[in-house]
Design a protein around this ligand. Structure first.
Ligand SMILES: C[S@@+](CC[C@H](N)C(=O)[O-])C[C@H]1O[C@@H](n2cnc3c(N)ncnc32)[C@H](O)[C@@H]1O
Length: 308
């Protein structure tokens, strides 16, 4: 690490020195992490992606009608842009702006989008949406549709989710709208299996955060010394993911160390599950007064269109 650590390095090392230690889930997403997440979305146990896609397909015409024409589509946490591709086919926006923290993966996905939609003006913004997302000044303020699928909102605890939703509202004029996917409270066996699959893909995704952190802070985490732990916390209505030390360990980085006892954990992710009425109430507090909700037959997932 240089003499003056970056804000990223400070955030990570401060989190590691806390008790319990934590690493923000945004550090899952180096290029390997983004590819592993894509693999997760294809797992039978991981129901959110296919359930959200099925809701969008089943109610496509009604969703498109409510969104309206001539939209400027802004996707937050765009990943492989597969969901935006479906939405672009459905609503034919004038612009598509993809925002994601995982820059190389984003650029590749956006290049594919440009080939698929040569008539749409497409921009990639590599940015951390927990900080301010600055859109190019040339983009029109009118007609914006913010798209935030995949229940990524669940990675934020309720006060931070409210703050993020309020910032999204701030990107919109009165004619703006937000289409957001949210995972709902359900049977714990289904939830636990989705975040701890038998093939070990989610385990590989969770452990990969240590490789990314090694590159960012110059640490010597060895993934072989850690176990993936994921479980539903019924008091907090959230899945928690942790990494658990197999033995007593000393982790070093330039400028610091952290001792971990065997069994001690690093908290890497929360994924909050909502009751639909609680999520709509959160949207109202964030400044969205009109909402339309579509769910699947089992009420496992909801797609919500929210307007000011
Ligand atoms: C759970 S994945 C969802 C991907 C895709 N939207 C989907 O629904 O399948 C979360 C996405 O958000 C991105 N991401 C995570 N934290 C972020 C942050 N703080 N700022 C910007 N993008 C972030 C990741 O790189 C990843 O592509």
């Amino acid at each position: 690490m240089t003499k003056h650590p970056t804000s990223e390095q400070l955030e990570i090392t401060q989190g590691l020195c806390q008790s319990p230690a934590k690493i923000s889930p945004k550090y899952f997403y180096d290029t390997n992490g983004s590819a592993l997440f894509e693999e997760i979305t294809r797992l039978q146990a991981y129901y959110p992606t296919r359930t959200e896609a099925a809701i969008m397909a089943r109610h496509a015409q009604e969703i498109a009608g409510s969104i309206g024409a001539n939209r400027m589509l802004i996707e937050l946490g765009a990943g492989n842009c597969q969901k935006a591709k479906v939405l672009c086919e459905l609503i034919n926006p004038t612009h598509f702006v993809a925002v994601d923290i995982s820059e190389a993966f984003l650029q590749e996905a956006v290049a594919a989008m440009r080939l698929a939609f040569p008539h749409i003006r497409i921009e990639a913004i590599a940015s951390d949406l927990t900080a301010e997302v600055v859109l190019p000044a040339s983009l029109p303020a009118q007609g914006r549709l913010v798209f935030y699928p995949g229940s990524s909102i669940g990675n934020f605890d309720p006060p931070h989710a409210l703050a993020l939703l309020s910032r999204m509202r701030g990107l919109l004029q009165d004619d703006g709208a937000m289409l957001i996917g949210v995972d709902l409270v359900k049977n714990q066996t289904v939830l636990n299996a989705a975040y701890d699959d038998d093939a070990g893909v989610t385990a590989a995704f969770n452990l990969n955060i240590l490789n990314h952190v090694n590159r960012l802070i110059g640490s010597n985490f060895d993934t072989a010394q850690w176990l993936h732990r994921a479980f539903f916390n019924p008091e907090q209505l959230r899945i928690e993911m942790h990494l658990q030390a197999k033995t007593d360990l000393l982790v070093r980085w330039t400028g610091g160390t952290r001792r971990f006892d065997a069994g001690e954990r690093i908290h890497t992710e929360n994924s909050y599950k909502y009751r639909i009425e609680d999520f709509v109430a959160l949207l109202t507090r964030a400044g969205f007064s009109q909402t339309q909700v579509w769910t699947d037959d089992q009420d496992w997932f909801a797609v919500v269109l929210a307007k000011p």
